[in-house]
Design a protein around this ligand. Structure first.
Ligand code: GDP
Ligand code: IMO
Ligand code: MG
Length: 427
């Protein structure tokens, strides 16, 4: 039975949460693999509407085991708040586990994220200020504190003292900020540890057992491919890998066990924060997409930058993820458009190119070359069968398949579970 990775294929917020919420009906295990509470995964189902930050979007199925993998950076305060919110809505979270190897977001991470952004002035990345850059830097620098550390208070205290001494030097000497108190952080994180202890496990064991039973396992990616620190619009990226490969690593599953990789694309493009986005529309069409699509960040409420579908970026995304299938979300947002444009190449420095440049300086100078398709100008949110979509909508999907070089599995025509067209069923 399959292990399916659900991967953001653009700049995040493609609708990964809703895709997982739908597919999880048939899954035994759902694993959040990367990112942290910079993610905001919207799920609308009979329990209500949720913007999940850390808890896997499979949590609404009591028979599914939900795992926060080793690749996720966990802010325990945010996680506890989310668990309590879910419990208040009648959602059982007892079957949710946290990898003991997951790094924790500490108070100095969130503080430093803000201080670093402020110090960059006009070159700020526009991060979510959740401590993501600092926590993944510490992980790589071998200065991280992990969920499992909370289970042994004496070792935790020793480790925290060692790390905090260094952080307080940076806070006071580099940024002129006040030092943080060892005792306060220690007491606070011990309380978090007591609250979360029953959930903290070596999750590789339970994942391996599920794989050996041939259970359906879903890997829930976070962020989007073009925010990847290696392949995204560096340095305007996040700090953990949103790619399919990142999901393997963040769950502790070898690549040979992954049977399908679903790339989730919006029917157009959006981006929050700074950095190049060649098809961004700074005109009334961009405003129309933003307003029709309520394109405001789930986590920060910031307006998202909107633009036409970028097939150059999409092909690149497919190349570095090896998608086996595509999910197109938000097709309904284009319902009123008389004409649709798809970017099929870039003009830069007098040349025409058909690849996604690695340099943000070059990307900034890229001007999209568009192909135009007719719009359908009729509501599609009620449609459930692919053949019932207007011919112009099917033509748009077929053209995306050709340009991405990957078949479309699912087309989403509204935010709710049932508003999905199974063009080629995934499970
Ligand atoms: P994620 O981070 O990839 O899970 O995506 P977000 O939840 O941040 O953003 C996706 C937004 O689009 C949410 O508000 C969803 O409810 C909404 N959404 C997802 N799919 C569709 C769709 O097909 N149509 C419409 N209208 N909204 C959708
Ligand atoms: P989901 O999982 C959209 C963006 C931020 C910023 C950059 C770096 O909901 O798709 P960070 O806080 O990670 O250091 O910010 O990445 N970003 C996202 N954009 N969706 C997300 O997650 C994002 N997570 C981070 O806006 O530009
Ligand atoms: Mg989101």
């Amino acid at each position: 039975m399959p292990v399916i990775a659900v991967i953001g294929a653009q700049w995040g917020d493609e609708g990964k949460g809703r895709v997982i919420d739908m597919l999880a009906e048939k899954a035994k295990v759902v694993i959040r693999c990367t990112g942290g509470d910079n993610a905001g995964h919207t799920v609308i189902n009979p329990y209500g509407k949720f913007g999940l930050r850390l808890v896997p979007s499979g949590i609404f199925y009591p028979e599914a085991t939900c795992i926060i993998g080793n690749g996720v950076a966990i802010n325990p305060a945010v996680l506890i708040e989310e668990i309590e919110m879910l419990n208040q809505h009648g959602v059982d979270t007892s079957n949710m586990f946290i990898s003991d190897r997951a790094n924790l977001i500490m108070p100095y991470h969130t503080l430093l994220d803000g201080l670093e952004e402020d110090s960059k002035g006009g070159k700020a990345i526009g991060t979510t200020r959740k401590g993501i850059g600092p926590v993944f830097s510490d992980k790589t620098a071998r200065l991280g504190i992990r969920a499992g550390d909370l289970l042994d208070k004496a070792t935790f205290l020793e480790r925290l003292r060692f790390v905090l001494d260094q952080k307080n030097v940076i806070l006071t000497k580099v940024y002129g900020a006040s030092p943080l108190s060892l005792d306060e952080i220690y007491q606070q994180y011990c309380r978090y540890g007591e609250r979360l202890a029953a959930h903290i496990k070596d999750t590789t064991v339970m994942i391996d057992e599920a794989l050996n039973r041939e259970d359906v396992v879903l890997l829930e990616g976070a962020q989007g491919t073009l925010l990847d620190p290696d392949f995204g619009t560096y340095p305007y990226t996040t700090s953990s890998s949103p790619l399919a490969a990142g999901s393997c690593l963040g769950a502790g599953i070898g690549p040979t066990r992954i049977s399908r990789v679903l790339g989730v694309f919006k029917a157009y493009c959006s981006r929050v924060g700074t950095g190049p986005m060649p098809t961004e529309l700074m005109d009334e069409t961009g405003d129309l997409i933003r307003e029709r699509g309520h394109e405001y960040g789930t986590v920060t409420g910031r307006p998202r930058r909107c633009g036409w579908f970028d097939a150059v970026a999409a092909r690149f995304s497919n190349r570095i993820n090896s998608f086996t299938g595509v999910v197109v979300t938000r097709l309904d947002i284009l319902d009123t458009m008389p004409k649709l444009k798809i970017c099929v190449g870039y003009k830069v420095d007098g040349k025409t190119i058909d690849y996604f440049p690695s340099s943000v300086a070059v990307l900034d100078r890229c001007e999209p070359i568009y192909e135009e398709l007719p719009g359908w100008q009729t509501p599609i949110t009620h449609i459930r069968e692919y053949e019932q979509l207007p011919p112009q909508a099917r033509q748009y999907i077929t053209r995306l398949e050709e340009l991405i070089s990957c078949p479309v599995n699912l087309v989403c025509v509204g935010p709710e579970r049932k508003q999905t067209i199974h063009k080629m069923p995934v499970l």
